[in-house]
Design a protein around this ligand. Structure first.
Ligand code: BES
Ligand code: ZN
Length: 621
């Protein structure tokens, strides 16, 4: 990038304090159907922006980012370039260093606004000075009392289409670009990005980042807070607030073994370092595969390593998703189904088959209950989704994850593990740093694998698996011997037989989850009380506690209410919030009232993503 266009952060301040010179256009966007199909205003088929430099200033006080996004134009066949923006003020725009008049169009509640910038075919760069809004959905500003260590914290969540709330960009997975960033922040914080992370600030007090491998916008990520690092080895380690770090180090001690297992399965890790950052508990997801720096929920810090499959999952995305990326959100199963399959292969390699069989059955149980809640012909139970005009977040369900994984298990069983692994290794190598659609994948599957054997071609049943709702007739439910053992001693445990209880000493979180899921609802509260006294479910890790609390609500065990309130007040992960609030919402008026009261108090600590889902449940606008 030439020095001429590099603007200092001082200039950003100046620009931001002046008012914008362009009024947003009221003109109706004529390309509504493209917008609905792509979830984006951007004209990425007419212009290619292949590299970004970001100047950012993090302001905790006003909860805003002030920034300049400098995009390099690699190729342009149009008279304007359109970017996605949402909840941000555009202060000024330059093309090749010359100020231009821009236009903003549309004001869609999910897709935001298009930012149209006039360019010429030979234009080489765009610069956009902007300020984010305190309500920008990708940005979660945590107050001191909302973090483990009592210091403010900021983190982003860009997937699926929230990057546009903190960076003006072509916010579609089809577009890849490299990036670098210079970030200014108060001296008490450490800043991290999904990039090569500097050990310290430079002489100007800035954090400098670079990501030399091209990524889609949904993998842009930023975090700032009181964060410390521990390296397990040269290429991997863990970041967390100081009070969380020791626990995190112990929990993820098998991280180097997981990375080795993953490489052994599907080829070299392409991203240099692999670190995990533990976020405050408001993080709405379990994990997010930001390249080089997975973001993780602290709810997996169980103390015994029993929930680390989540890290195997995010690590696996370094191949499925980050290396070979779904081109559209309709192809989401290519990211998640592959990743769940890959995650379980890593778990099997590191912890053995008995362990990964349990994970597989738990996943199947989730899928079964998701399907039971859907109508048999619900189009959202197809692997290939139709998210036209909808928030791509609607596609996040067990269908993409578990049905996707079971399709790959089905193919593995059909062709044999050795052949299937070789095929996947080739697939990741052939399409590294590219995007993939369902149709292209199916073509590749046929030509590179199934065509080798007529029996494979016939047995694959691609149409049923990919384009039909529900589960195909050839689906074989998984079994876990460990869970069969659990089932056989449940009656003895419930009748307090000490011999049976002695057998539970070796049980892990997964055995207990299966046990709790298998209990009838409603349960006699006396039995629940006995079980809780003996096994401490209400004090256990978040996976167990959440299930236990759902059962408690369904059994109208009112004495659990303070524990439930405390849990909901401290955990922001949507996967735990939704079933528990829903159970309360569906129960008697007592629980319905409690649900609303607890939600009112806890909501300010939740992320916009979780709030969106819960508002829908409570029918709050
Ligand atoms: N990439 C997803 C999270 C995501 C998906 C965020 C779609 C926004 C839109 C991540 O890899 C993921 O799948 N997380 C799971 C982990 C689990 C399956 C182990 C989660 O958060 O629960
Ligand atoms: Zn995932």
């Amino acid at each position: 990038m030439s020095g001429k266009f590099i603007l200092s952060l001082f200039v950003i301040n100046l620009i931001v304090s002046c008012s914008s010179n362009s009024t947003p256009s009221e003109k109706k966007d004529s390309s509504d159907s493209l917008l609905n199909a792509r979830h984006s205003y951007s004209n990425y088929d007419e212009a290619r922006l292949d590299s970004l430099h970001l100047y950012l200033k993090i302001d905790f006080k006003s909860q805003m980012l002030r920034g300049i996004a400098h995009w390099r134009i690699a190729d342009c066949r149009s008279e304007s370039i359109v970017l996605d923006t949402r909840s941000m003020e555009i202060n000024q725009v330059w093309v090749d260093g010359v100020k231009v008049n821009f236009e903003q169009s549309g004001d869609h509640p999910i897709f935001g606004k298009g930012l149209r910038i006039p360019v010429r075919k030979e234009s080489k760069s765009l610069e956009i000075a902007y300020t984010t809004h305190p309500d920008a959905e990708a940005l979660q500003w945590m107050k001191p009392e909302q973090t483990a260590g009592g210091k403010p914290f900021l983190y982003t969540q860009s997937q699926a289409i929230l990057a546009r709330t903190w960076v003006p960009c072509m916010d579609v997975p089809a577009v890849r670009f490299t990036y670098s960033a210079s970030v200014e922040c108060d001296s008490q914080y450490r800043v991290l990005m999904s990039a090569e992370n500097p050990k310290q600030r430079d002489k100007e007090g800035l954090f400098q980042f670079s990501m030399n491998q091209p990524i889609p916008s949904y993998l842009l990520a930023l975090a700032a807070g009181d964060i410390q690092y521990h390296a397990y080895e040269e290429r991997c380690g863990v970041f967390a607030e100081p009070v969380v770090l020791n626990k995190a180090i112990k929990e993820l001690k098998d991280l180097p073994a997981m990375i080795n297992a993953a490489e052994e399965l599907y080829g070299p890790y392409h991203w240099g370092k692999y670190d995990v950052l533990f976020l405050p508990s408001s993080f709405p997801f379990g994990g997010m595969e930001n390249p080089r720096l997975t973001f993780a929920t602290p709810t997996i810090l169980a103390g015994d390593g029993s929930l680390v499959a989540l890290v195997a999952h995010e690590l696996a995305h370094s191949w499925s998703g980050n290396l070979v990326t779904n081109r559209t959100w309709n192809d989401f199963w290519l990211n998640e189904g592959f990743t769940v399959y890959f995650e379980q292969r890593i778990m099997e390699a590191v912890y053995g088959k008995e362990y990964s069989d349990m994970l597989e059955v738990l996943g199947y149980e989730d899928l079964k209950s998701t399907l039971e809640e859907m109508k048999p012909d619900d189009p959202d139970s197809k692997l290939y989704l139709d998210l036209y005009g909808r928030d791509p977040d609607d596609g996040v369900s067990d269908i993409a994850y578990e049905k996707g994984r079971f399709f790959l298990v089905h193919l593995e069983n059909l062709v044999g593990r050795e052949n299937f692994d070789a095929f996947l290794r080739e697939y990741f190598a052939a399409y590294a740093f590219q995007t993939m659609t369902t149709v292209e994948f199916i073509d590749y599957l046929r030509s590179d694998l199934l065509n080798k054997n007529p029996a494979w071609l016939e047995g694959a049943h691609i149409d049923e698996w990919v384009y039909q709702p529900g589960l195909p007739n050839d689906f074989v439910p998984p079994v876990s011997e460990a869970f069969q053992d659990v089932d056989s001693i449940v009656p003895a445990i419930l009748s307090d037989d000490p011999n049976a209880i002695a057998l539970t000493k070796t049980w892990t979180t997964h055995h207990w989850l299966h046990f709790i899921r298998g209990l009838n609802t409603p349960m006699d509260t006396n039995v629940l009380r006995q079980l809780d006294r003996r096994f401490g479910f209400s004090q256990a890790n978040a996976e167990i506690a959440d299930r236990w609390f759902v059962l408690a609500v369904q059994s109208n065990w009112v004495a659990m209410e303070p524990f439930i309130r405390n849990f909901l007040n401290n955990v922001g992960r949507r996967k735990f919030l939704t079933p528990l609030y829903r159970a309360m919402h569906d129960a008697n008026p007592y629980w319905q009232t409690q649900a609303r009261l607890i939600y009112e108090v806890s909501r300010p600590g939740y992320h916009a993503v979780s709030i969106g889902t819960l508002n829908e449940l409570f029918e709050i606008e």
